[in-house]
Write a protein that binds this ligand. Structure first.
Ligand code: GTP
Ligand code: SPV
Ligand code: MN
Length: 612
């Protein structure tokens, strides 16, 4: 039992009320507190007054650094531990009774062993600290889409981030009601020791335990842990989709709004696409873009037989480096106020800076670890020392984004006209191609691959398979997940068409062939035209590619031959790719849907029958 109750220091009125109203919550909180042994327990109500008080406490403790409030009102900087800068996938587990339910692509531990190991680390981990009880809703409160979670954490940084990223506080608790089901999320920084770090998911118990980290995706448990890993299990059971997808609204010149959902792996361009600014040529035609979500989409079949999507989040947790007024002006405007920066550089005037910022490098600054930094500094091996961590992030309220769609709060979400998969491939994958039908589209998603980025700990640049951008986020056997996609295909009456894009194809010198960012709208325009059968496509063995004349290039000149290179389908490369896909499929054994092997075989035959 929590110390405050044992010592008779009194239970505050509000807590007493909560105890009566939510006995099932209180009972769980007390049990977790008995293990973690915090000095105090604080139930968060999500109020502004609470934010001010917690911020002041975090400043005092050094957990936050106040930025220049004139230039960056409401903005703060946080530095994580040096070895705690990205999701640690090798320490992330799906804990199910049967290993087969986690599948070959997930780390697995039995729930019994996982609880035992974690309990050792959690025991007494909050001594001398406050345990915050953070109720939150993922999805608009009251929507049939939404889920409630409660995170217990000893990190004010986590509380303040959850406050931005989710609908946090009293409203979420009210929505839960006296008997409501919720995801039990437990987090402690403990000693931030990577050797005593575990990110554990218990789908059978609707619970998440995370210990030993203070970094984003490891600790903001509503995000990847709940809204993807746990939600994907619920989605399979309840026949909906929990996906690592942005949601983008396109207002067409005739005033019609169409929405697309796109799955790219971490740090492969979701936030950028979701916030894109139309290039001049298209803006003149009358296009406008509305941001609905930048990382996670929950999609449900409605009575009209269409897929409808909501963004379960309320904020952005975006990649900082490379963000500037040229690449992503909307992001720059989004982070002007009320933003928490993590692991970027601090300039002498108490503003932040990063590699790729609009301003030139400051003559001196403190780097992301708080060490003195100046441009041109190198490691002993000659490598440049970066001011900001490559996976440094901003946490900003959704409504800060000038293009945010008011529909983010609508209970029904938005209807999805097209699904887009994409990866970071220097070679092989064309700029855009379209699946021949839903089943082929599922195969396209299931065989996605991408070069690794700084968003997860590991070798950067190495190509790995990342089906539907869900490899690190699927909470159950990925073979069953593919089956779920086929199953949903049979239920959907109005199928969104499925596409694949690759903004990252390079020339012989390793330079990007496509300018990307806002220019990507040119490709989205083609995708939407295809979705309503307004233009013809060019058939290739891998699907339809555009006829170059159907991509509006007003105001954009590519070097001669670039578009041909961007759209090229190389038979030899694709046959080699199929071998690698086959190896990936093999690991799932007989659990893999036969349809995927049928698609694999059909593609090989189409390739073999094609010219070089
Ligand atoms: P997570 O938040 O990790 O899920 O990442 P994300 O998918 O939202 O990626 P984000 O939009 O933050 O982009 C990641 C990196 O890709 C940034 O460094 C961008 O500058 C870069 N990037 C995004 N879009 C493009 C593009 O169209 N072309 C090129 N060349 N780079 C891009
Ligand atoms: C990602 O890695 O896909 C992110 C950042 O969006 S994190 O929340 O850390 O997972
Ligand atoms: Mn992401």
């Amino acid at each position: 039992m929590a110390k405050q109750m044992l010592t008779g220091r009194g239970i505050r009125g509000r807590e007493y009320a909560l105890m009566i109203k939510y006995p099932h919550v209180k009972e769980w909180v007390d049990r977790m507190a008995a293990m973690c042994q915090p000095d105090q327990i604080h139930w968060c109500d999500g109020s502004e007054e609470e934010r001010v008080r917690l911020t002041a406490e975090a400043l005092k403790a050094g957990e936050l650094i106040e930025l220049n409030q004139k230039k960056a009102p409401g903005c703060y900087l946080h530095r994580t531990a040096r070895n705690d800068v990205a999701r640690t996938e090798h320490l992330t587990y799906i804990c199910t009774s049967f290993q087969g339910d986690a599948g070959p692509t997930n780390n697995w531990m039995s729930p019994r062993e996982a609880y035992r190991k974690a309990r050792e680390i959690f025991t007494g981990a909050m001594k001398g600290r406050t345990m915050y009880v953070v109720p939150f809703a993922m999805g608009p409160i009251g929507s049939p889409f939404s889920k409630i979670g409660i995170e217990l954490t000893d990190s004010i940084y986590v509380v303040l981030n959850m406050r931005i990223m989710t609908r946090m506080g009293k409203a979420a608790l009210n929505a839960l009601g006296p008997k409501g089901e919720f995801t039990k999320c437990l987090h402690s920084k403990a000693d931030l020791d990577i050797n005593r770090r575990l990110i554990l998911h218990f789908p059978e118990d609707n619970a998440i335990w995370s210990v030993g980290s203070g970094y984003g995706g490891n600790v903001l448990l509503g995000k990847k842990c709940l809204a993807l890993r746990i939600a994907s299990v619920l989605a399979q059971r309840e026949k909906w989709f929990a996906e690592h997808m942005l949601i983008l609204g396109v207002e067409e010149p005739d005033g019609r709004h169409l929405y697309v959902a796109a799955a790219f792996p971490s740090a492969c361009g979701k936030t950028n696409l979701a916030m894109l600014l139309p290039p001049e040529g298209l803006k003149q035609k009358g296009y406008r873009i509305w941001t609905v979500g930048d990382d996670i989409a929950w999609m449900r079949l409605d009575t009209d037989g269409q897929l409808w999507a909501v963004n379960p989040e309320m904020g952005f947790f975006g990649v900082v480096p490379g963000t500037n007024m040229r690449t992503n002006p909307n992001a720059m405007l989004t982070v002007k106020s009320n933003t928490i920066f993590t692991n970027v550089a601090l300039r002498p005037d108490n503003t932040v800076w990063w590699e790729g910022h609009d301003d030139p490098a400051p003559a001196k600054a403190l780097d992301w670890q708080g060490k003195k930094w100046k441009p041109g500094m190198t490691e002993t091996d000659g490598k440049a020392i970066l001011s900001s961590h490559p996976n440094s992030r901003f946490t900003a309220p959704f409504t800060n984004c000038p293009t945010h769609s008011f529909r983010y709060n609508q209970h029904h979400g938005v209807p999805i006209s097209a699904i887009i998969f994409g990866g970071r491939r220097a070679t092989l994958a064309p700029l855009v191609y379209e699946a021949m039908n839903w089943e082929h589209g599922v195969f396209m998603g299931a065989t996605m691959a991408s070069e690794r980025t700084a968003a997860q700990v590991g070798a950067i640049g190495e190509v790995r398979r990342d089906p539907m951008a869900m490899l690190p986020f699927c909470g159950y056997n990925m073979a069953d997940y593919f089956g779920h996609w086929f199953d949903m295909g049979e239920r959907i009456r109005q199928h969104p068409k499925i596409f694949h894009v690759n903004w990252f194809r390079t020339d012989e010198k390793g330079r990007f062939l496509w300018p990307g960012f806002g220019e990507n709208l040119r490709i989205i325009e083609w995708i939407l035209a295809r979705s309503r059968n307004a233009v013809a496509g060019v058939q290739t063995p891998i699907g339809y590619v555009p006829n170059p004349k159907d991509i509006d290039m007003t105001g954009l000149r590519l070097p001669a031959g670039a578009m041909d290179k961007l759209l090229a389908v190389n038979k030899k490369e694709w046959l080699a790719e199929l071998d690698s896909v086959g190896k990936f499929f093999d690991q799932f054994g007989s659990r893999l849907p036969d349809e995927l092997w049928a698609q694999h075989k059909a593609l090989r035959q189409r390739l073999l029958a094609s010219k070089a």
